[in-house]
Design a protein around this ligand. Structure first.
Ligand SMILES: NC(=O)c1ccc[n+]([C@@H]2O[C@H](COP(=O)([O-])OP(=O)(O)OC[C@H]3O[C@@H](n4cnc5c(N)ncnc54)[C@H](OP(=O)(O)O)[C@@H]3O)[C@@H](O)[C@H]2O)c1
Length: 161
């Protein structure tokens, strides 16, 4: 099964100049706890922004130009990446915008951190059809330990057709 995990600013922005625009330690911990032990699939640019494979996870990088990256598996499409794992295994698509756009209409589950602030950035989350998704959990925070704006962890499942 495919899960998407992302943190999105109030105005839809997810990044700028191939890096993140905020540091929310609660969200970093949520991401680590949620994805650890599961495969993660990412675009080549997101891999470059991380700079190394994420530990305790099989890392798959999607690229049309690269064929080998140390410590990672490389796939030339999302389908090729998904075919590396059994259907029942929860596999996380962790960005960026290009790879989210490939996955949003076929994903089964959607872990959305809503960041309650507007940011200027060059990369935004793609349009998604909120009526196709059922909210199954939500945790709201007025601020973080070190982050001054509100944020929420929302988890959605695709509605049964
Ligand atoms: N807020 C969040 O939760 C979050 C999460 C992740 C990333 N981000 C941000 O998102 C930004 C990066 O996103 P991005 O959209 O620019 O890049 P990206 O999706 O990470 O990577 C794009 C690359 O993926 C490969 N690719 C894309 N579509 C493909 C396809 N159909 N088949 C094969 N390969 C394909 C290409 O690699 P090649 O050029 O090698 O062919 C392309 O250049 C950064 O700012 C990052 O910080 C934010």
């Amino acid at each position: 099964m495919i899960s998407i995990i992302v943190a999105v600013a109030q105005n839809g922005v997810i990044g700028d100049k191939n890096s993140l625009l905020w540091h929310i330690s609660e969200d970093m911990r949520f991401f680590k706890r949620t994805t650890s032990g599961h495969p993660v699939i990412m675009g080549r640019k997101t891999y470059e922004s991380l700079g190394r494979p994420l530990p305790n996870r099989t890392n798959v990088v999607i690229s049309r130009t690269q064929t080998a990256i140390e410590g990672c598996k490389v796939a030339s499409s999302l389908e090729e990446a998904m075919a590396m794992f059994p259907n029942e295994e929860e596999v996380f698509v962790i960005g960026g915008a290009q790879i989210y756009a490939l996955a949003i209409d076929i994903a089964d589950k959607f872990y959305l951190t809503r960041v309650g602030h507007n940011y200027e950035g060059d990369t935004s989350f793609p349009e998604w059809k909120s009526d196709e998704w059922q909210l199954i959990s939500k945790e709201d925070y007025e601020r973080g330990e070190k982050y001054p704006y509100p944020f929420s962890f929302e988890v959605y499942e695709r509605k049964q057709k």
